[in-house]
Design a protein around this ligand. Structure first.
Ligand code: SAH
Length: 222
């Protein structure tokens, strides 16, 4: 696959669209101008890669819509050289955005097929991120603590094991809820945890033993 002037044009229009929708973090916008999103969607959808919508990827999952990725990245307040843990690698696009922002990215995916595809994609694009196959509900304790933790699937409640892997002054962004999720930003202070809410979203569920039981899955992201 190639990155043509047409693709770059579509990317710049997407960046303008994100600006108009209220994304102000220049580091996020610069990352969107750099990362070729059309490499991260299934080939038959590559002409829709820069549209403001979520798209299906393998295993019944979705690549979140660009605004959601940008909004979560902005809420996370990422700075270069931070150690960032992402739960739910999916296509790898969000991880690539965080890496383009200068973060050291650790990302966990529970679907083996998606994990393998993302690994191959990162290799081809020479994107250096640490990738693990497993249940992200438990985080990635070997490399903890993290400056930032980003969850890109719906958690039924605040994931306690992930909170424990956050540094003091660290920030976690996680969509919390069942049918619909509240975008939740948690700051770890010396005294404990402080949460703020930032709008409603619909994500694919965080699956696994301790997350959603199979009979209680929330709606899929539209
Ligand atoms: N960040 C992704 C969005 C993927 S959608 C992107 O940029 O494309 C959410 C992803 O979370 C799916 O790939 C799903 O398989 C994964 N997921 C769900 N539950 C998980 C769990 N317990 N641990 C790790 N990944 C999980």
């Amino acid at each position: 696959m190639t990155d043509t002037p047409k693709d770059r044009g579509a990317r710049m229009r997407l960046v303008e669209g994100l600006r108009q929708q209220g994304i102000t973090d220049e580091a996020v916008l610069e990352a969107f101008a750099k990362v070729p999103r059309h490499f991260f969607v299934p080939a038959f959808l590559c002409n829709r890669a820069y549209d403001m919508q979520a798209l299906p990827i393998a295993c019944g999952q979705t690549i979140s819509q660009p605004y959601t990725v940008a909004f979560q990245s902005q809420l996370l307040s990422v700075r270069p050289k931070m150690k960032v843990l992402e739960i739910g690698t999916g296509s790898g696009f969000q991880a690539a955005i965080l890496q383009a922002m200068g973060a050291y990215v650790y990302t966990v995916e529970r679907h083996m097929d998606l994990y393998r595809e993302a690994e191959e994609r990162f290799k081809q694009l020479r994107i250096r991120v640490a990738l693990k196959h497993g249940d992200g509900y438990a985080g990635w304790p070997e490399f903890a603590p993290y400056d930032r933790i980003l969850v890109t699937c719906a958690a039924p409640e605040l994931p306690q094991q992930l909170l424990r892997q956050l540094k003091t002054d660290g920030v976690m962004v996680v969509p919390v809820g069942e049918v619909e999720q509240r975008m939740t930003r948690v700051v770890r202070t010396a005294a404990g945890f402080e949460s703020t809410l930032h709008g409603s979203y619909t994500f694919v569920p965080m699956l696994g033993e301790k997350a959603f039981p199979d009979n209680k899955k929330p709606a899929v992201e539209k």
